[in-house]
Design a protein. Structure first.
Length: 547
């Protein structure tokens, strides 16, 4: 039996197929029973937040599809009917094709498809690859290549994420002690000349090893944090800490002071969260309350860092961390209860939803002097600039010099060449230059796209009259490319040799007519090539001017 743990974790007891999954009136009576139980539970829950959580689970269970996958054989209907079972219902589902033409194989491999749980009798044990399978239940004897191929179903990695974490390992629940055959299978199919008696690295380990690795990762993470003056153990020792958001602001201020420090913390948190996810669902038990509290502290602090770096998307960051923390209450000891609220990003980056055109730079510098957590203020401003600069670079490819200047400011600070006061002032000055650059097209009397072409065509040693002609050339070229008929930038023009040649010819014709004589042959050809390469890149990336 397989269960896709990236979508749902169901801890199934050892139930016979007839008891649980082969009902005459319904495919899976056990699921229907669980849904009824959950509906009854919701009616008696006083906590509104818990009600909403359970309703999400209920909606998920109602939408989820399951299937039994079994090889077809002659006379199967009579065979199953003799046991009081109806194979026709399952055979219909196996053979069905949905409205998109997708069969059951395709649907199961799609992580977003409602088909999320399959029970395998014979088919798909070999020759079937589904990377999103993360939990595999074994309840039949297997050995040799069949065993190797079966466990391969759960050991694939995939970028598909659950709770923001990529799948990096699978889980196998062995009801039949199948893994007594693992070493022999490895010797036959994976180890070449090695004997089964030789020491080999098993591809499958007891899950208890994951808990040890999680404990080690937490210990290393705590050691790193203590070295930076961050004591996350306080959060585990007292239930009041999460109410003291100022403490987390202080910790975040320490981490964002240097990029290397922040990045190292993220590595520790990534490792901890990945191991924590791999330890589910056992880790959700009461015996692991303290461990969960420690994991939550790392995740909470990471969430605050995310909020600082994505100041324009605070609400989504808040929701992401709330999801990571399972919106739960973690119990430590007999009496202490640590309630995990959503991070208050607004308390950290309040008022930082800036409009560059309206920014008061002098006021910004004056306010910075009185800020308690200056590193956070710097990080928020830097994040805003980085986001704005990225958008401006997409508008105009000639602005690469701004990116180089911005990186130089960051590198100088990380190298210790400037203090945070000077660093903040350098960032403010850079933001001022970005504002001037963003408004330059107005001063030049051009649209944003016309300015980009003008910048590409510009020549340093030209008179005012010649510069005016260059502007007119930029306007004429853009008009010919996107407005005039016959159309030049037709659908997928960059994929065809003839249409590419046509676009290149149009660029040369317009520029030859409009540019001033100062553009000698070699310079003219270089400018034409640069313009064509820019248009070609935008078309291949589906960006502006693409048909």
């Amino acid at each position: 039996m397989w269960i896709d743990g990236l979508k749902l974790r169901l801890r199934l007891g050892r139930k016979s197929a007839g008891d649980c999954f082969w009902g005459q009136s319904n495919f899976f009576p056990a699921l229907e029973k669980e849904i009824k139980n959950l509906v009854g539970k919701i009616k008696n829950i006083p906590d509104e937040k818990q009600i909403q959580q359970d309703k999400k689970i209920l909606d998920y269970m109602r939408a989820m599809e399951m299937a039994v996958v079994i090889s077809e054989e002659a006379g199967e209907e009579e065979k199953f009917e003799a046991q009081g079972l109806n194979i026709r219902l399952h055979r219909k589902k196996i053979d069905a094709v949905d409205e998109n033409g997708h069969d059951i194989d395709y649907r199961y491999k799609d992580p977003k498809d409602p088909l999320q749980l399959v029970f395998i009798c014979a088919m798909w044990l070999t020759g079937f690859d589904a990377p999103t399978v993360s939990t595999l239940y074994l309840d039949k004897p297997m050995k040799d290549h069949t065993l190797m191929q079966a466990i391969a179903r759960a050991n694939r990695v995939t970028p598909f994420k659950i709770n923001g974490v990529e799948k990096r390992n699978g889980e196998i629940i062995d009801y039949y002690n199948v893994f007594r055959n693992m070493k022999q299978a490895l010797a036959d199919y994976a180890l070449g000349s090695k004997e089964p008696s030789e020491a080999v690295e098993m591809p499958v380990e007891e899950k208890s090893e994951l808990f040890k690795l999680l404990d080690e990762a937490l210990e290393l993470g705590h050691t790193f944090c203590l070295g930076q003056g961050i004591d996350l153990e306080i959060i585990i020792r007292t239930g009041e800490t999460f109410k003291k958001i100022d403490l987390f602001k202080r910790y975040a201020d320490i981490l964002v002071e240097k990029d290397a420090r922040r990045n190292e913390f993220i590595i520790y948190e990534n490792t901890i969260t990945s191991l924590y996810e791999a330890c589910k669902p056992e880790i959700l038990g009461a015996a692991w309350d303290r461990t969960r509290a420690a994991v939550a502290a790392f995740q909470y602090l990471r969430g605050i860092l995310e909020g600082i770096n994505r100041g324009q998307d605070l609400e989504s960051a808040r929701l992401k961390v709330a999801e990571l923390l399972d919106q739960s209450v973690i119990t430590v000891g007999k009496a202490d209860h640590i309630k995990l609220p959503p991070p208050r990003y607004s308390a950290i980056s309040e008022g930082k939803t800036w409009d560059l055109s309206k920014m008061d730079f002098e006021k910004l510098k004056a306010e910075f002097k009185d800020k308690k957590y200056k590193n956070i203020e710097i990080a928020v401003l830097r994040s805003f600039i980085a986001d704005k600069l990225e958008k401006m670079l997409k508008q105009n490819a000639t602005r690469s010099g701004f990116a180089q200047r911005f990186q130089a400011i960051i590198d100088n600070y990380n190298a210790g060449s400037t203090g945070n006061e000077n660093y903040f002032e350098d960032l403010v000055k850079f933001a001022e230059s970005l504002k001037a650059e963003e408004e330059r097209h107005i001063r030049e009397g051009l649209t944003v796209d016309e300015l980009e072409l003008f910048d590409m065509l510009k020549h340093e040693r030209v008179t005012a009259a010649e510069e005016k002609k260059i502007k007119l050339a930029a306007q004429a070229l853009l008009r010919r490319l996107v407005e005039e008929r016959p159309r030049v930038l037709v659908q997928d023009w960059h994929k065809d040799t003839q249409t590419r040649a046509k676009v290149k010819s149009v660029v040369e014709e317009v520029l030859d007519k409009e540019l001033p004589p100062v553009y000698e042959r070699e310079l003219f050809q270089a400018k034409c090539k640069a313009i064509f390469d820019l248009i070609d890149r935008y078309a291949s990336e589906g960006l502006k001017w693409a048909a």
